[in-house]
Design a protein around this ligand. Structure first.
Ligand SMILES: CC(C)(COP(=O)(O)OP(=O)(O)OC[C@H]1O[C@@H](n2cnc3c(N)ncnc32)[C@H](O)[C@@H]1OP(=O)(O)O)[C@@H](O)C(=O)NCCC(=O)NCCSC(=O)CC(=O)O
Length: 391
């Protein structure tokens, strides 16, 4: 640019760099492994698979948890065939971290690929138009990681800007969407692929009192979401606008939810206090989120809700605390029932279910304009996004 000063060049670039409108969800895809496990006979399945039928008290406890979980079925990649090839996975005296890392290094991106292909097909543009990729998983123990693998599997452009988020647990999907929002709004024309892929295989263990809860709730799945601002006229369909986003940590609760790598996989810890902690903090968190968009007195029943179904008790507590009509968390409960808690990937399933329900609703006037996305993870961290239905 002859004659232009460096400062003018930088200023003019900054001026054209931002998008006009808010980041918007443009497409959603989901995928699960083939192996289905029904909750009714999960205790028999799990104690049989791990050859621990003799632990009858623990098995009865698992049955009580399953019975109250609000889950009907889950998809779980680990099956008898995989265990027969890798028996160390169910032998707590043998190291198995390496085996697990090897398996998930292939399987996690593959599952993400299935979800992403569906999202890209719905989006209607070539995969090479994706400018950024954010990949979230709790199975990320290797570099180069699942983000690079997914980019290769999908044939994304070599200059795609990749980020891997690791061990955000169940808030990983919410965190990835928040980052996608920042990227889309600050880089005009950006199209961000968010992929979350979770396999319980990395955490799977033989029955143990401290981990029985997780084995009763978690399932495998992948979700993919395409985010961009200013949907183009050539067929992009806005599904949800992400108007404001925030992350809150509940002080002094870092020991209540956690994951840690050990020689036999990733150990997780889930305190019985989690549903109560969320109940005690959710109202203030939501007030703060809505104040940031100028709404100081929201009516919670006027919103649509995309809540991570961490467990039935968490949904019950939110419903009770905010006095929500039962239909408000119906999408979250349906996802919990059909898939269990798929950690960070679950929120994509909830958004997908919400939009399906919205499409069936005949009367557009009945559809709430504003909504909220909530996800919970280690910290304890609450990710919230104020959503808007583009109508
Ligand atoms: C597990 C439940 C379905 C059980 O239902 P109820 O609480 O109504 O029933 P209940 O009180 O009779 O409990 C049944 C049995 O489960 C046991 N139980 C409940 N929560 C437990 C926990 N966290 N750890 C160990 N045991 C637990 C109870 O002690 C009881 O054992 P006994 O029968 O022997 O007395 C529910 O509590 C629930 O949905 N909890 C939420 C789970 C949770 O925290 N999810 C977040 C996942 S983490 C996440 O989403 C974020 C992340 O991973 O990052």
């Amino acid at each position: 640019m002859p004659g232009a000063t460096t400062a003018a060049i930088v200023d003019s670039r900054r001026g054209t760099q931002h998008s006009e409108g808010p980041a918007t969800i443009l497409a959603i895809g989901t995928a699960n492994p083939k192996n289905i496990v029904f909750q009714d006979n999960f205790a028999d399945y799990y104690f049989g698979l791990t050859k621990n039928e003799h632990l009858t008290e623990l098995k009865e406890k698992m049955k009580r948890i399953c019975h109250k979980s609000g889950i009907e079925k889950r998809y779980i990649r680990l099956d008898a065939e995989l265990i027969s090839v890798h028996p160390e996975i169910i032998d707590k005296h043998l190291p198995s971290l390496e085996t697990r890392v090897d398996i998930v290094a292939t399987e996690v991106p593959k599952l993400a690929e299935s979800a992403a292909r569906k999202a890209i097909a719905e989006w209607g543009r070539p995969a090479t138009d994706i400018t950024h990729l954010i990949f979230s998983t709790y199975s990320g123990c290797r570099a180069p990681s699942a983000d690079l693998q997914l980019a290769s599997l999908l044939g994304l452009r070599p200059s795609v800007s990749r980020t891997i988020l690791s061990l955000h647990g169940c808030s990983g999907g919410g965190r990835a969407l928040q980052l996608a929002k920042e990227i889309a709004e600050n880089n005009r024309g950006a199209r961000v692929l968010v992929a979350c892929s979770e396999l319980t295989l990395i955490c799977f263990s033989t029955p143990d009192e401290s981990k029985i809860i997780g084995h009763g709730l978690f399932g495998d799945g992948a979700g993919a979401v395409i985010v961009g601002a200013d949907p183009s006229a050539d067929g992009e369909c806005p599904l949800f606008e992400m108007v404001a986003a925030s992350q809150t940590m509940i002080p002094g609760t870092e020991h209540t939810l956690g994951m840690q790598a050990t020689s036999s996989g990733i150990d997780f810890h889930l305190s019985i206090q989690v549903p109560t902690l969320i109940k005690d903090n959710i109202h203030q968190c939501l007030l703060d989120a809505f104040r940031s968009v100028g709404n100081t007195d929201p009516n919670w029943n006027d919103l649509f809700w995309a809540v991570h179904p961490g467990g039935r008790a968490i949904l019950d507590n939110i419903e009770d605390k905010l006095q929500l009509h039962p239909c408000k968390l119906a999408a979250s409960r349906q996802v919990l029932s059909e898939y269990g808690n798929m950690s960070g990937a679950t929120i994509a399933f909830v958004l997908d279910e919400l939009r399906r329900r919205r499409e069936k609703e005949q009367d557009i006037q009945q559809q709430p304009e504003w909504g909220v996305l909530l996800a919970f993870g280690p910290g304890v961290t609450i990710e919230s996004i104020v959503l808007r239905n583009p109508l």
